[in-house]
Write a protein that binds this ligand. Structure first.
Ligand SMILES: Cc1ncc(COP(=O)(O)O)c(C=O)c1O
Length: 397
């Protein structure tokens, strides 16, 4: 009946949502610990967002591409203020994949070069060059490099990795348009690349005019503990791609850069036409989400939740847990085989049992990880419920 491509759907039908919860058609509620598709950092159906969608859709949902609307200009100003460092150019698109693909095409046009550099475990998008540069593409046509993961600032990983940086500079400078960095590799396994390495690589590349793109589709809007993921590495990207949480469930994304780059292109080179870019409804949501983040101090307040999660995860001692990974509000439990169950079967069993208990978590078979990316607004009481359910299911294994 339905065409679906990737997922075998869960055996429940969801019909409504609020805050950290979703309800199925039978009225059973589930704590959504993956924030939809890692998108509702403010929780589902935030009342102010629902109101904004109502108000804006009464005024105007969509318009002809040749026209701007006041709300689009206001949203541009708000998002540019929200993004760290000074940028003065933004355009609104619809999905994360579209934003990342746009940044790569833009970098190619500005530099006149083609090749794209990325870290080998990054996920950058569902199609095009973003997909080719992701771990999900088996094709080795783009430059996907290894990287160190040291956690201390006085690491000496550069002794080893300088050679790689030199190799890239020596062999690819003339072809390389950009380095697309996913600052914390979320889908690729919840891995934080070494900041000393990232800083050194970015600075050497920028000296050579190669553009640094920060893919903040998942790491943006407080997900990794800071407002944006690249802040962990103390770098200043040339271009930033934003998505997911910027619309808190509504499909709006953006690319952010400076006019010093865009002014290098003629109007013909800049041309990009897609029916819903800069639509007023998406812009209204994007502006409201930024306002809520600022007014309700969402990132600051999430620090308490992060501490609670880390405290709880630190207490989990089960023979089937191989490793626990945590980056802000992104958590991963790497499992290993136990009592004759392979790690993947264990992941599915735990995911299914938790679903029965009213908890939705992420299960990545390829990476052998159970993943939690709850809304940043999850309450202390909801965290307690999650802890009880996790303990109950884990004890039953
Ligand atoms: C880091 C990153 N980049 C890009 C994307 C693609 O975004 P979308 O699914 O909105 O197209 C994702 C989606 O999960 C992502 O995690």
């Amino acid at each position: 009946m339905l065409f679906y491509y990737l997922y075998i759907f869960e055996p429940i039908l969801l019909e409504k949502a609020k805050g950290s919860w979703v309800w199925d058609v039978e009225g059973k509620k589930y704590l959504d610990c993956v924030s939809g598709t890692w998108s509702v950092n403010l929780g589902h159906n935030h009342p102010k967002i629902v109101q904004t969608i109502r108000d804006q859709s009464k005024k105007m949902i969509h318009r002809s591409m040749r026209f701007l609307t006041p709300i689009t200009i206001e949203a541009a100003e708000s998002v540019l203020k929200f993004v760290p460092n000074k940028y003065n150019n933004i355009t609104f698109l619809n999905s994360g994949s579209e934003a990342v693909e746009f940044t790569i095409n833009f970098a190619q046009k500005v530099t006149g070069k083609r090749k794209v550099l990325s870290l080998k475990d990054s996920y950058l998008g569902a199609y095009g060059l973003a997909k080719l540069s992701s771990y999900t593409s088996g094709k080795a046509s783009e430059l996907k490099i290894p990287y160190p993961t040291c956690e201390t600032s006085d690491c000496n990983c550069l002794d080893e990795y300088n050679e790689l940086i030199e190799h890239i500079l020596k062999n690819y400078i003339s072809e390389l348009a950009c380095f697309v960095l996913e600052p914390i590799l979320v889908s690729g396994g919840i891995i934080r690349p070494c900041s000393n390495f990232i800083r050194e690589l970015c600075s050497k590349l920028q000296e050579e005019g190669i553009l640094i793109i920060s893919n903040e589709v998942t790491t943006g809007y407080g997900r990794t503990g800071l407002k944006f993921g690249h802040e962990h590495h103390k770098i200043k990207p040339d271009i930033i791609a934003i998505g997911k949480a910027m619309g808190n469930g509504y499909p709006v994304s953006a690319i952010v850069t400076n006019s010093s780059l865009s002014s290098e292109l003629s109007p013909a080179e800049m041309y990009y036409a897609q029916s819903h870019q800069l639509d007023p409804l998406g812009a209204a949501v994007a502006k409201l989400v930024v306002d809520v983040f600022e007014e309700e101090m969402i990132v600051q307040k999430s620090q308490e939740k992060i501490a609670l999660f880390n405290q709880f995860l630190g207490t989990l001692e089960y023979p089937f847990i191989k490793e626990i990974r945590a980056q802000g509000m992104v958590y991963g439990l790497v499992l290993q085989s136990y009592k004759g169950l392979s790690s993947n079967n264990l992941i599915l069993k735990i995911k299914d049992n938790l679903l029965q208990e009213g908890i939705i978590i992420g299960a990545s078979i390829g990476k052998e990880i159970l993943r939690l990316l709850p809304p940043l607004t999850i309450t202390n009481n909801e965290i307690k419920i999650l802890e009880e359910k996790i303990s109950k299911v884990f004890n039953s294994i």
